[in-house]
Design a binder for this molecule. Sequence first.
Ligand code: ZN
Ligand code: ZN
Length: 149
Amino acid sequence: MAVTYTPRPRLTDGRFDMTASTDEDGRYTVAVGYCAGPRPPYESLPPAVTQFVTAEQWGSDAGDPAQYHTDGHAREADARRCWARFLCDAQRSTTVTPTTQEPCAVCGDWTSNMVAVGTSTPYSMRLCDAHNTASDALQTMIAAFQLAQ
Ligand SMILES: [Zn+2]
Ligand SMILES: [Zn+2]
């Protein structure tokens, strides 16, 4: 079953959360990433979530606890940026490609680090050791996807 990630306005106040939906109509939709608010214990999650998130993933994908919020975003673009920040914090992995080097997206130095952000459809970028951080990954994604500042 495909999971669609998209910002959606809340029914209560029209503010935007980043959401995951398991159908195109959005009938089975949950707020995800930092927009989901303080993370509830895995045992309390509904089957709509636990069918595609394991307890192990739930624990390891937490990111920065201080970033979770329940107040939504004024603009759809802000929810997209919030999601990018979550992915850079919680779902960033590095693979070293020993036979291939490319310029770091930030400084242009040659690097073998291939950094993947996100787990369902990862976005890959080259970041040297000095710039393989959540904030530099986020800045690279903001530039690549022209996310709102
Ligand atoms: Zn958010
Ligand atoms: Zn660099």
